[in-house]
Structure formats: C-alpha cells, structure tokens
Design a protein around this ligand. Structure first.
Ligand code: HEC
Length: 233
C-alpha cells in the first residue's frame, strides 16, 4: 500500500491508505456570537492581495472535511481545524513551489489532495493558494463584506463556494444538502434551512460546520437575498 499525504487543515499525516479516511464530521470550537474576522474591521480588501482568514482558511476547512481526514487527525493529534500556525508547517512563505500545501493540490490520481473521488480544488482556488504563499503567506484578514451587495453571482455564490461547497456538492452531500448550483441553493433557501443553519436558529444544525458563525454582514447578505426571492441575479 502506498502512503498518501493529507494536507487537510492542520497537519500532514501519512496514512497507510487514504481510503481509511471516512466521511467524518470535524469538531470545532463553536463561537456563539457572529463576530467579524479578527483584525479585519475597517480594513478594506485590496483586489491584489489574497487573505488567509477570508479566502484560504475557509477553503482548507471545507476541503479537509470533504476528504474526511480531519476526524482522523483529531483522533490522532487533537489538532484544531482553524489554525494558521499548524497550516504554516506545510508552507514556505514566498515559495509556493516548495510548499506541500500547494504542491499536493497539483498532483494527479490518488496523490492529489483532496483525493478522488472528491473533487480537487478548482484552478481558481489553486491559484489563490499559490498567490497567498508567494505573497508571503501572511496571517491577514480584510473587511470584504458589503451588505448592499446581495446578488447571487457576486455575494451568495462566492460565499457558498468558499465556506460551504466542499461539504455540500454532489460527491459530498453533507445532510443531503447540495449548495453547488443556483437551483440547489435556491431550494435550500426556500425551505428555510439555509438561513436557519447559518443563523444558528434552534432546530437547525449550525453552519458552517466546525467553524465560527459567519460574520453578521454575511448572514445579512444571505437574508436579504432570500427575502428578495433568492433570484438568479
Ligand atoms: C465541514 C463540512 C461542512 C461545511 C463547511 C458546511 N456544512 Fe452544512 N452540513 C454538513 C453536515 C455533515 C450536515 C448534516 C447535519 C450535521 O451533521 O450537522 C450539514 C447540514 C447542513 C444543512 C441542513 C441543516 C438542517 O438543520 O437541516 C444546511 C442547510 C447546511 N448544512 C448549510 C451549510 C452552509 C450554508 C454552509 C456554509 C456557510 C455549510 N453548510 C458548511 C457539513 C458542512
């Protein structure tokens, strides 16, 4: 049996076989108050920069749970999912090509992370990781959210892609919920589950699973989109 390296989230762990990883649910610290990303308030996002807290960490969180390794890691090492410090063990700041966090995304076949049958990261996601590392792999954050923007294409879809889709796509249907297309997302909006889950309302599973509650501004964007009839705009 070959050894596979799983980068997921916090630590590189060599498993004797990647399929030892099951579809397990990560257990993370739950923060009951919707707070902005620390250090981001009033700091506008520069379109030229990639931000760890806004773009990289949510992607790794959801990609990790998709490949199902986090539970194994938690089991073995008790590491947390939301750590810049542990992710940095697999990053050479300024040099993506020398960073495992980046190079495993480019592998083919079963060496790729997340491993098949899970979808790999998209070219856009991969280039974000590359750019973030080459920009110095900083522990940075910015204030990206604008409640005036609640269009599907510019606000809701990127939010779902970044924070939800890794666990909610046809290959990985957490709770039988698909958030990878407009039609599927609309169905979850209309039945009340989308807002209930991100607002951590009683009777719903709090989402995004294993992560702190989304920023109030993001929850407001989703609410406004739903209230507008969840249009495909
Ligand atoms: C790490 C994996 C993961 C991430 C990330 C994630 N989910 Fe989930 N989600 C699940 C799982 C697993 C379930 C099944 C219920 C449970 O185990 O809590 C679920 C259930 C749900 C449900 C059904 C809730 C209910 O009470 O019926 C909704 C809606 C949902 N997720 C929406 C989202 C949204 C929106 C996001 C992004 C903001 C998100 N999820 C991020 C794994 C995830």
């Amino acid at each position: 049996m070959k050894k596979y390296i799983l980068i997921c989230c916090s630590s590189i762990v060599a498993f004797t076989a990647f399929y030892a990883c099951k579809h397990e649910i990560p257990v993370g610290a739950i923060d009951p108050t919707p707070t902005p990303i620390p250090g981001s308030t009033g700091r506008p996002c520069s379109p030229d920069s990639v931000y760890f807290a806004n773009q990289i960490l949510p992607m790794i969180n959801s990609g990790c749970a998709m490949s199902g390794c986090h539970d194994n890691i938690t089991h073995k090492e008790g590491v947390t999912l939301t750590s810049y410090a542990t992710i940095m063990r697999h990053v050479v700041p300024g040099n993506a090509n020398a960073s495992k966090l980046y190079t495993v995304l480019l592998q083919t076949g079963n060496n790729r992370m997340p491993p098949p049958p899970n979808a790999g990261f998209t070219p856009v996601q991969i280039s974000l990781v590359q750019k973030w590392i080459n920009q110095g792999a900083k522990n940075n954050a910015c204030d990206m959210c604008d409640t005036a923007d609640f269009k599907y294409s510019t606000a809701i879809k990127p939010l779902m892609q970044n924070k939800c889709q890794g666990c909610h796509n046809p290959a990985s249907l957490g709770g039988n919920i698909d958030l990878s297309t407009y039609a599927a997302t609309k169905a979850v909006a209309v039945n009340g589950k989308l807002y209930g889950s991100i607002n951590w309302a009683t009777g719903f599973s709090p989402m995004p699973k294993g992560m702190p509650k989304m920023a109030a501004c993001e929850i407001t964007q989703v609410k406004k989109w739903i209230d507008a009839g969840s249009p495909n705009n």
